[in-house]
Write a protein of this length. Sequence first.
Length: 259
Amino acid sequence: MEEEFESEVLAVRIAIISDVHGNLAALEAVLADIARDAVDQIVCLGDLAFKGPQPAECIARIRELGIPCIHGNTDVMLLMAAGRKPSRPLPLPEGFRMPDPPPPPLAWPLARLSAADLDFLAGLPFDHRLEADGVSVLFVHASPQDAATGVVPTMGADEIRPLLRDERADWIISGHVHQAYAFRFEGRWLANPGAVGFSLDGDGRAAYAVLDTARSRFELRRVAYDVDATVAAARERDFCFDPDRYAEALRAGFWPADL
C-alpha cells in the first residue's frame, strides 16, 4: 500500500484494474498481487487490447477469470475499425469516419483479434454498478459523460461537474487518464486506480487499487513487472511501435506524443 484515503463504510473489498493496453506481463503481475489479498471481486475499467504487443492474450485472461469489465475508448475504436458497433458510441466530431484502412496502431491489434474477441468487446457495457450497505459505487472508463472524457484532480469544479451528469453515486471510479488518485468532490468520492499497461505519471510500475470499504480505505497500489518480457513480445511480433522507444515509455511512465 502506498496511499490511502478515508471513505464511508461499505462491507466489500474490490480490486480495480484499468487500462491493460495489451501488456500481458503487467496484467499477470497485478493479478498475482491481487491473489495474495482477500478481495471479494475484481472489476476492470476497460482499454484491454490497444497499444500493447499481446492484445488477444489480455482479452483472453479477463474472459478466463470472468472479471466484470466495461468498455474503454480504445476498445470502442477497435470495434469501429472492425466495422462493429459498441454498446455506446464515442463523442466524435460530426461526420467523422474511420480511415480505410485503419492507421497502424488500430490495424495491428485488430489483425490479431478473433471474431470472438471482437464479440466480447462489443458486448462490454458502458458502466458497472454496485451497491451494498447503503453505499453506491459507479464504475466507468473515463467519466459518466462518456468513455473518452476523463476526470483529473487538477480540473476545476466547473470542469468536473458537467462530466458527472448529475450522478449521485457515493463513489465514482474511473480510469482512462493513467493517473491514480482519490479525492472528495461535492459529497462523493472520485477515484482512479491508475493504469496496468503503462503509466502516465512518471512511475513505470503497473498500478491498481483496492476499495476496502469494510475498513473505510481506498488503497492505490504499484507492482513491478517484467518489462523485458513485454518488450521481447513486441520485438517477436513486429509491433507497430518501435520496441526500443516503447520500452523507454514503459519504464519512464511517460508516453511521448511522437511515439
